[in-house]
Design a protein around this ligand. Structure first.
Ligand SMILES: C[C@@H](O)CC(=O)SCCNC(=O)CCNC(=O)[C@H](O)C(C)(C)COP(=O)(O)OP(=O)(O)OC[C@H]1O[C@@H](n2cnc3c(N)ncnc32)[C@H](O)[C@@H]1OP(=O)(O)O
Length: 707
C-alpha cells in the first residue's frame, strides 16, 4: 500500500491484481475535489499505468458514509476570473478522461452522497456499484449553485441515461436514490454496504463494458437521435426553462447550450462545458447561491444558544390534526420520532394521519420507498382525543386555531398532563409567545416553533423565544426542528416574528396597487419576473385572505399604523372570499383550470376599472422596498440575530429570490444609499409608510454594508 503522508489518495494493489484507490481527504468529514489533488491523483494514475500486474481498479471513499460531495465550493468561490475557473474545469475533464481511457477496468464503489464532481468522477469509471444505504444519493446539483457540471458530467450523463433524462437531472439537480439510479442506468448494481468492496472487486476483474446506448422508446430515439428531433427537444426545453427562470438564472440556459454542443460533437461539448463553467462561476447569481450554501452549512452546526446542549427528544406530540398539525406530525415521524396527535375529533386525527399517508403512498408506488419503510414511519403516528400517552412526551407542538385563550388553555393542559420538563411549542403565526405563556406555571418551557405551509416542503422554521424561555428549551427546540429537516432561525418574540412581519407591508402595498386599478395578473407577473415563486395576489389566495386579515390587527397593535391593511381585504371577506380554501378569492377556482384566471368579478366588488398604468419594475420596487425596509428594522431591533438569518429566513420562508441572496445581500448589492434614496422618493409620493428605517439612513451616511 502506498500513501504519501497526508495524501487524499491511497493505492493498495491486491494479490488478485485489483488495485483499490481510496479517497480520504485528511481532516475533512466529506471528500471534495480540489485543484491541489491533481498531482496526487496523477501520481496514483502513473503508478497504476506503470504496474502491469494490475488488472482492474476500484475507486472507493475512506469516509464512513459519503463518497465525494463534488468540487470544493470554497475553491470555486476563490476564483477571480472566468479563465481561472475554466482551467479548473479543463483540469477535471483531463483527469477523468485519463481514467476513462485507461486500458484497465475502473469501478466506482459508492456509499453515501456522490454529488457534482463526485458523480462525475464515478461516471468516468467503467462500472458503478452503490450501496442501498439511506445516505446514498447521486446527482449533479450544480444548477442549484448557479453552475453546471464542469468535469465532463454534461457529456457523460446523457450518454449514460439518455439526453432527456440527463437534461432533466441537470436542470433540476435531481438526486437519484439507489434503486432510481439503477433503473436510470447510472449504476450497475445496488448492494448492501457490507459487500460493496467485494462486489466492486468482482466488477474490476471484468472486461470493460461494450459501448452501450441508453434504452429509449421510439419517440425517445426520434427526439434524441435525429437532428430534427433534437431541434424540437431543445426548443421545447428552452421554452420551459425560460418560463420557470424568467431569465433570472443563467445556468439552466448554459446547460442546454452545452448539451446541444455535445450532441453535435463530444469535443465541442467538453470545450463548451469548460467555457461556460468558468463564466458561471463568476456570475453574481452563482455567488449568491454559493453564499446560501455556506450559510445553511454553517447554521447546521449551531444549537440556537452557544454552549447549551439540547435535551434528547424521544417522543413528541401534536395538538390539532389540521393541515399544519398533519404536516408537523409527518416531518416528526420522518425524523424517526414517535408523534402522538391529539384532536377533539377522531376525524381530526385521521386527517392528520392521512396527510402522511398521501405523501408516502405515491413514493411507495413509484418504488422510491419500500412499503416496509412507509409502514415503519406510519407506525410512529398515534392519536387520541384525550391526553392518554402524553405523560412521557418531551415536546408538544400546538397547532390549533389562532386564538389566544385557547392556546393559553393548551399550555395549562400540557402542564397538568405532561412531565415538568415537557416543552410547549406553539406553531402560532403571529400571537406573541409571551402572551401565550402569560399564565404558564413553567414559562421557561414555553416557546414558539413556527412552521410554514406546506410543512413537508417549506424548509424554514422560526424558533421564537419569549423573555422567560430557558436556554435549554431554545437549544432543544432548535435541535428538534433540525431533526425534522428544517433550517431553524431563532427570532425574538413580537407580533409577526420575522417572516410575517416583513411579508405584511409587501402584501399591503400589492393590495394598494390593486386598489389603484392595476390588474391582478400584472401585479403578480411583476413579482414573478422579479424572482418570487408566486405573486402576492396568488399568495393571498393560497395563504387565505382571512388569515391575512387576522394578522394585520395584531401587527398594528404591536408595531404601528404602517401595518394597517387596505380596506380591500374587508370587502373581499364580506363577500366571503377567503381564497383557494373556499374556492372564492382573487382568482377563479371554479373553471377548468382552477386558479389560473383572475376572477374578474373582484374588480366590480372593489369598484375598480383595471388598467395597466405602472411598469413591472415600479410594481416590484414598491412592494420589495417595503419588505427590505422592514427587514432592516427587524435586524436593528434584534428580532433576528444577524443578516445571515434574515436572508435565509426570507428565502426559505417566503421564497425571496435566492439569486439575489436575500434582503440584506440584495440591499448590499443595490447600495444602501440607493435603497434610502428610493424609499425617500416614494415617501414623498406615497406617504410615510416608505420612510426609510433610521438604521438604513445611518448606514447610508457611513457607507456601511450588512456583510
Ligand atoms: C466540478 C463541478 O461539477 C462542480 C461541483 O462539483 S460543485 C459542487 C456540487 N456538490 C454539491 O453541491 C453538494 C454540496 N453538499 C451537500 O449538498 C451536502 O454537504 C451533502 C448532501 C453532501 C452532505 O450533507 P450533510 O450530511 O448535511 O453534511 P454538511 O452539508 O453539513 O457537510 C458536511 C461538511 O462537508 C462540507 N461540504 C459538503 N459539500 C461540500 C462541497 N461541495 N464543497 C465544500 N465543502 C463541502 C460542508 O461544508 C461541511 O463542512 P464542515 O467543515 O463540517 O462545516
Amino acid at each position: 500500500m502506498t500513501n504519501e503522508k497526508n495524501s487524499a489518495f491511497t493505492l493498495d494493489v491486491r494479490e488478485n491484481g485489483v488495485a483499490v484507490v481510496t479517497m480520504d481527504v485528511p481532516g475533512e468529514s466529506m471528500n471534495t475535489l480540489r485543484a491541489e489533488f491533481a498531482d496526487e491523483i496523477n501520481h496514483v494514475l502513473d503508478q497504476i499505468e506503470g504496474n502491469k500486474n494490475i488488472k482492474g481498479v476500484v475507486l472507493i471513499s475512506g469516509k464512513a458514509s459519503s463518497f465525494v460531495a463534488g468540487a470544493d465550493i470554497g475553491m470555486l468561490d476563490k476564483c477571480t476570473t472566468a479563465e481561472e475557473a475554466e482551467q479548473l474545469s479543463l483540469q477535471g475533464q483531463a483527469t477523468m478522461q485519463r481514467i476513462e481511457n485507461m486500458p484497465v477496468t475502473w469501478v466506482a464503489a459508492i456509499n453515501g452522497p456522490a454529488l457534482g464532481g463526485g458523480l462525475e468522477l464515478a461516471m468516468c469509471c467503467h462500472y458503478r456499484v452503490c450501496t442501498d444505504s439511506d445516505k446514498t444519493v447521486m446527482g449533479l446539483p450544480e444548477v442549484q449553485l448557479g453552475l453546471l457540471p464542469g468535469s465532463g458530467g454534461t457529456q457523460r450523463l446523457p450518454r449514460l441515461i439518455g439526453l432527456q433524462a440527463g437534461m432533466q437531472a441537470m436542470l433540476t439537480g435531481k438526486q437519484f436514490r439507489p434503486k432510481q439510479a439503477k433503473k436510470a442506468g447510472i449504476v450497475d448494481e445496488v448492494v448492501p454496504h457490507s459487500v460493496l468492496l467485494d462486489v466492486a472487486i468482482e466488477f474490476a476483474l471484468k472486461r470493460k463494458p461494450a459501448p452501450r446506448q441508453p434504452k429509449l422508446n421510439l419517440v425517445g430515439k426520434l427526439l434524441e437521435r435525429t437532428p430534427f428531433g433534437r431541434q424540437v427537444l431543445f426548443k421545447q426545453a428552452r421554452k420551459q426553462t425560460l418560463s420557470k427562470t424568467r431569465g433570472n438564472y443563467p445556468a439552466p440556459e448554459r446547460i442546454l447550450d452545452v448539451l446541444e454542443a455535445g450532441a453535435i460533437s463530444l469535443a465541442k461539448g467538453y470545450k463548451t462545458e469548460a467555457k461556460y463553467f468558468g463564466e458561471l462561476v463568476m456570475t453574481p447569481e452563482s455567488r449568491q447561491l454559493r453564499n446560501i450554501f455556506f450559510a445553511t452549512t454553517e447554521m447546521k452546526k449551531e444549537h440556537g444558544v452557544d454552549g447549551v446542549e439540547p435535551a434528547k427528544v424521544a417522543k413528541a406530540a401534536v395538538l390539532g390534526g389540521g393541515l399544519m398539525g398533519g404536516g408537523i406530525a409527518y416531518v416528526t415521524a420522518k425524523a424517526g420520532i414517535p408523534a402522538r396527535i391529539k384532536d377533539i375529533r377522531a376525524e381530526g386525527i385521521a386527517n392528520a394521519m392521512k396527510y402522511s399517508f398521501d405523501l408516502l403512498m405515491p413514493r411507495v408506488k413509484r418504488r422510491i420507498m419500500s412499503k416496509a419503510l412507509m409502514q415503519k414511519q406510519m407506525a410512529l403516528l398515534t392519536g387520541s382525543t384525550d391526553y392518554a400517552g402524553f405523560k412521557n412526551t418531551d415536546i408538544v407542538v400546538e397547532a390549533v386555531f389562532e386564538d389566544l385563550k385557547l392556546k393559553q388553555q393548551m399550555v395549562a393542559d400540557i402542564e397538568s398532563q405532561c412531565a415538568e420538563t415537557t416543552i410547549f411549542a406553539s406553531n402560532t403565526s403571529s400571537i406573541p409567545i409571551g402572551q401565550i405563556a402569560a399564565q404558564a406555571a413553567r414559562p421557561e418551557n414555553v416557546i414558539g416553533l413556527h412552521y410554514f405551509s406546506p410543512v413537508d416542503k417549506m424548509p424554514l422554521a422560526e424558533v421564537i423565544a419569549h423573555s422567560g424561555t430557558s436556554d435549554q428549551t431554545i437549544s432543544t427546540t432548535v435541535a428538534f426542528a433540525r431533526r425534522q429537516g428544517k433550517t431553524p432561525i431563532v427570532v425574538k418574540d413580537g407580533a409577526g416574528f420575522y417572516v410575517n412581519r416583513i411579508l405584511a407591508p409587501y402584501m399591503n402595498e400589492a393590495a394598494c396597487i390593486l386598489l389603484a386599478g392595476e390588474p391582478i395578473e400584472h401585479i403578480d407577473k411583476s413579482l414573478l419576473n422579479f424572482g418570487f415563486p408566486v405573486g402576492p395576489m396568488k399568495l393571498l389566495d393560497e395563504v387565505g385572505i382571512d388569515v391575512g386579515s387576522k394578522i394585520s390587527p395584531i401587527l398594528v397593535a404591536d408595531l404601528g399604523e404602517r401595518f394597517t391593511a387596505p380596506d380591500a381585504f374587508d370587502k373581499l371577506l364580506q363577500d366571503d372570499r377567503k381564497g383557494k380554501k373556499n374556492k372564492s378569492g382573487l382568482y377563479d377556482y371554479n373553471g377548468k383550470k382552477p386558479g389560473k384566471a383572475v376572477d374578474e368579478s373582484v374588480y366590480t366588488l372593489l369598484g375598480i376599472s383595471p388598467r395597466q398604468q405602472l411598469s413591472d419594475d415600479q410594481i416590484a420596487e414598491r412592494c420589495v422596498l417595503l419588505m427590505l425596509n422592514e427587514a432592516a428594522m427587524c435586524l436593528d431591533e434584534g428580532v433576528i440575530r444577524n443578516a445571515r438569518d434574515g436572508d435565509i429566513g426570507a428565502i426559505f420562508g417566503i421564497g425571496f429570490p435566492p439569486f439575489l441572496g436575500g434582503p440584506f445581500r440584495y440591499m448590499d448589492s443595490l447600495g444602501i444609499d440607493h435603497v434610502v434614496a428610493r424609499l425617500n422618493y416614494y415617501a414623498g409620493v406615497l406617504g410615510d409608510k416608505f420612510k426609510p428605517a433610521e438604521v438604513l439612513v445611518k448606514m447610508a451616511a457611513e457607507k456601511a454594508t450588512f456583510y
